[in-house]
Design a protein around this ligand. Structure first.
Ligand code: FE2
Length: 449
């Protein structure tokens, strides 16, 4: 894989892109999608990301011009799926707050697909309804293997080690503090150098979109121009055996073929993978008092059919200024009608400086109470409220889903912190029935605007 600086990207979110490998100028047909004979003897193939008849503003498809059509493979046969599962009923439900220590990276050779484990999820890809959360740990490149999911779109969050991803649309280098989205059906190969770990969310329903900005206006949060889509790149490589791994109905299947699937010389369309650098997020927050809800930090959302209710949101907690007056500044105590799976890319999360570590995770399920630990509460309740930069050197994130996610057997048995609930057990009762308001009759200073 070439270095990141050698890779070429087009910027924009959901745009109609057109790209051809510079080695084959004129590979993209002009004025039509499916000529009787394509330039360079290529085959034309459409990849549909939405129903043919989806409304124009939602319609996603791309035309690929490739050396061989993707149908040229031997039949799929079922293969080992390791810890990957969508069986949400194999263990008893558990409404408790859960936290995981950093997940182990195996000693033995393990590639990206072999190192996938489902932690939690809900729903059924057969009904195109639900989500799955995975941890990946690997130390070996996939070699002559590629992977795709028929079940949903992947949002990948590297935590340790970069991913050199070859897709049918071109190549991407995705490092920690960047994310990428690889949609349903797209074949990709992951190369790594050494120990590698990260998180992955799969949504079965629909595609990720940028959240609406409402009164924020035309700019802010993740700006469309900062999303990068790879440019066309192909290899014309015949091999003894190339293995195509398909995730279908939550199982893995493999098919052999004798050539590289990354033989797309040119493509055009608006159904394409992309990556995004989280440091480019334009943070918006409360600047007078109290909190905006964490939805203000939404990078991408996969909407459900219920307006404003996400199949899953991808939310980050980036470095930012904290300036609110008269306010308990850490995240508030709450119970949510959504599931909250959190991970930490690096640094120390502001609400729990101990225990929640990079490469670990937490899950707060529907209506399960959570919030700052006792130490954080005491500190923040009496801290001097000056303007300060918070979350410096940190990037925590959340997959927030309206599905009530179940934890898998693997998730229940690996790296679970049995002492997580202890962090709240020392919360003190501060109630004082003889408390009196200040001299001005107000609990707090009157605001003057
Ligand atoms: Fe929460």
């Amino acid at each position: 894989m070439a270095s990141d600086s050698d890779l070429k990207y087009m910027s924009g979110f959901g745009n109609e892109f057109a790209s051809e490998d510079s080695r084959c100028p004129g590979a993209l047909p002009e004025g039509q999608n499916n000529p009787q004979k394509c330039a360079y003897g290529l085959y034309a193939e459409q990849l549909s990301g939405t129903a043919f008849t989806a409304p124009r503003e939602e319609n996603q498809r791309s035309w690929l011009y490739r050396i061989r059509p993707s149908v040229l493979h031997e039949p799929f046969v079922k293969t080992e799926r390791g810890n990957l599962t969508h069986d949400w009923d194999s263990v008893e439900p558990n409404p408790n707050q859960l936290r995981w220590h950093p997940f182990d990276i195996p000693q033995e050779k393990t590639d990206f697909v072999q190192g996938l484990s489902t932690v939690c999820g809900a729903g059924d890809p057969k009904c195109r309804s639900g989500v799955a959360v995975y941890i990946y740990v690997c130390n070996t490149s996939m070699g002559d293997k590629c992977f795709y999911s028929s079940d949903g779109d992947f949002l990948i969050v590297p935590q340790l080690g970069g991913l050199s991803i070859t897709t049918e649309f071109g190549r991407m280098k995705v490092d920690p503090n960047e994310i990428c989205v690889i949609q349903r059906g797209m074949r990709f190969n992951v190369a790594v150098t050494g120990d590698t770990r990260g998180y992955m969310l799969e949504v079965f329903n629909d595609h990720f979109v940028l959240p609406n900005l409402g009164p924020i206006g035309a700019n802010g949060l993740a700006n469309p121009r900062d999303f990068l889509t790879p440019t066309a790149w192909y290899e014309d490589r015949d091999v003894e055996q190339y293995t195509v791994i398909s995730k279908y109905h939550g199982h893995l299947f493999s098919a052999k073929q004798k050539h590289s699937p990354f033989d797309v010389v040119a493509w055009h369309g608006n159904y394409a993978p992309y990556k995004y650098d989280l440091s480019k997020f334009m943070v918006i927050n409360a600047v007078a008092y109290d909190h905006a809800d964490p939805s203000i930090f939404t990078v991408l959302t996969c909407p459900s059919l219920k307006p404003g209710t996400a199949v899953a949101d991808f939310v980050i907690f980036p470095p930012r200024w904290s300036v609110q007056e008269h306010t308990f500044r850490p995240p508030y105590y709450h119970r949510n009608c959504m599931s909250e799976f959190m991970g930490l890319i690096y640094g120390a999360y502001e609400a729990k400086e101990e225990g929640f570590r990079p490469g670990g995770a937490s899950l707060h399920s529907l209506m399960t109470p959570h919030g700052p630990d006792a130490e954080c509460f005491e500190k923040a309740s009496s801290a001097e409220l000056k303007a300060e930069k918070i979350a410096t050197g940190t990037m925590a994130f959340m997959f927030e889903s309206s599905y009530s996610m179940a934890v898998t057997e693997w998730g229940n048995q690996n790296k679970v912190d049995p002492n997580y609930s202890h962090c709240w057990q020392t919360l003190q009762k501060h109630f004082n029935s003889s408390w009196k308001p200040n001299g001005d009759g107000k609990q707090q200073k009157t605001f003057t605007f």
